[in-house]
Ligand binder design. Sequence first.
Ligand code: 8YV
Length: 327
Amino acid sequence: PKKRPLVIVTRKLPDPIETRMMELFDTRLNIADKPMGQAELIDAVKTADVLVPTITDRIDGAVLAHAGPNMRLIANFGTGVDHIDLAAARQRGITVTNTPGVLTEDTADMTMALILAVPRRLVQGAQALREGKFEGWSPTWMLGQRIWGKRLGIIGMGRIGQAVARRAKAFGLSIHYHNRKKVHESIEQELEATYWESLDQMLARMDIISVNCPHTPATFHLLSARRLDLLPPHAYVVNTARGEIIDENALVRKLRKGEIAGAGLDVFEHEPAVNPKLLELNNVILLPHMGSATLEGRIDMGEKVLINIKTFADGHAPPDRVIAGLL
Ligand code: 8YV
């Protein structure tokens, strides 16, 4: 039998996943659970057969330039792979895999939670009560915006976008979407969804926008200052995808000036840094990248990583290939 691959894991993973990984492979875990710096990542790609990174590792060209001859697979723990230089991986024949599907419903739940919580002022109300400001019911206190009957514009109608649409439809929102291409007619019918080829035109007509596309060179600052200006003043923006898709400074300016109604943000342009001006606003809910953060989801993600590595180590194409390198 072939020797067991050396797998280097950059972050602490759920215990059962680490246990199984050690049973299957020659595994080096990260006990400290701090993100690896560039020097550590370079050391890792020099020696490992397989690297298991997460979003907190920048696997850029400078790191991959040091990839040793054994470095054959990057099995990402997570779905988004925008922290990995895919072109550099492809050039070196390194396979890249991710963990799609298993975090779709959890991320859609969190997105729906923000779609409900921001207009209905859920966090503001809870906070006011804690601060002793609840002096009894009032006909005019803590009024938010009604959810049902409003128009939701989803940017990116992939797995997560569709899962958000199913939930939102059940809450009485009408579903609109912008995507590189129209989704299959049967899905449009099920969701009663309207396709907008022009993102600009959709933005001008929506009450709530949900960002659910991947971050790629094509979607960087897709919601630019110019596009944010197209939103009506009563509009809300929810982002559980990637901070880089929105020009964060422009969004902050609009929120501060009251040119849009509010935002629910689970992701930021310079994570873990959060624009301090956002913290001054009370019409926003800010979350620390929790979209897929469920106990069950993390196990599922880990199992996907294990299957991808095992399949690759057995000499077959792993199921969740983003980049197909040499086997
Ligand atoms: C993950 C995410 O937890 O999967 C993704 O794309 O954004 C998160 O839900 C994170 O990326 C782990 O690497």
